[in-house]
Design a protein around this ligand. Sequence first.
Ligand SMILES: Nc1ncnc2c1ncn2[C@@H]1O[C@H](COP(=O)(O)OP(=O)(O)O)[C@@H](O)[C@H]1O
Ligand SMILES: [Mg+2]
Length: 402
Amino acid sequence: MDITQTYPNPAGHPGSGILARLLAPFWKEQATATIANSSGNFRREAHIEERHDAVGSTAEAPALFSLHGIGKTFNGGVRALHGIDLDIREGEIFGIIGRSGAGKSTLIRTLNQLERPTEGRVHFEGRDLLALDAAGLRQVRRRIGMIFQHFNLLSSRTVAGNIALPLELAGAPGEDIKRRVDELLDLVGLTEQRDRHPNQISGGQKQRVGIARALATEPRVLLCDEATSALDPETTQSILGLLADINQRLGLTIVLITHQMQVIKAVAHRVAVLENGHLAELGAVADIFTAPKQPITRTLLQEVIGNEIPPGVRDRAARLLASGEGRIWRLGFRGESVDRPALTEAAERFGLKINLLHGYIDEIQGTPFGSLVVAASGTAEAIEAAETFIRSQEISLEEIRL
Ligand SMILES: Nc1ncnc2c1ncn2[C@@H]1O[C@H](COP(=O)(O)OP(=O)(O)O)[C@@H](O)[C@H]1O
Ligand SMILES: [Mg+2]
């Protein structure tokens, strides 16, 4: 979805149709210029196509993993995790986002016990992983696949040989291995590359081998630690597309660690935000995007939705304000509120002039959301009354002081 192209023609796109309705009287004069101003934000996110066609409802699904009070202190005293409580539900794509060093890898590694927490409990399919002996743990790990940023393929083995490895280790009969490898090659689209070695394929193809290998033992869940971070944006999109397809077609639960909000937005259903080893925020991706509560979440979101008003827009707003009475508002729309012509109505009812300064609109998991920055000019009473009215329409309104 390239928003830069859909904006000038509001008819073709659900999001821009909504914006057109909101802005009906203002659209022609101002929208085009404003969108041109803010298009940098759109371009940055344009290369990761959204995959929410793959979203299933997981709200009722039981927990596959339950984490209670997980803490981890490394030898040497680094406290990487503090009291993490969360559930990962069957069938969902669960994202974990945070800056480098936030504890993401440590957390995901507690799920297959590559890292043993120093506090708390991890349950998988109802079983306490910390209570398992080595044999029990080996068995459980076959049900938990994992892929990595740098693929971790064996350079001496072919594509097919890498995918066969976990099956060989599990002692599967030769014929079963061959059949399963063929299926997996087909699933990840590498049938023609089966006899190549890792140094003869691209990064995206290497990650496809990683995915096929992780799926060889038919796991219940796939853990992905920065699986797309070494890939270019187009390849990232194709790998995320593959993960979303696998989630949908096989019903496989996926846990996805990333430092990029675009990755979360593209495929995750729910997301946990980690900051300095603490769980800062957890919720449905649509909720986190439209109503982030923590400063860290807002900062991470900035890379996708551009909360900052561009300097040129800021200058325009300052000039508008200097030329008369008025205020700058940031309006947040979400879900049904984007369908209401509230801004137009407020302008008419209270005799305000509204200038559009900056805006975007988008859709996440079927929920439209957006933000507009406008200059409202009129008398102080009219502006106050309009603010009350707009807020009553379930639109968030924040005054911006320049
Ligand atoms: N094996 C280790 N020994 C000591 N400290 C570690 C070890 N692994 C990670 N850390 C530290 O734990 C913190 C979290 O690391 P990590 O989980 O890798 O973060 P992220 O994956 O979010 O970048 C960092 O401060 C890191 O330096
Ligand atoms: Mg990491």
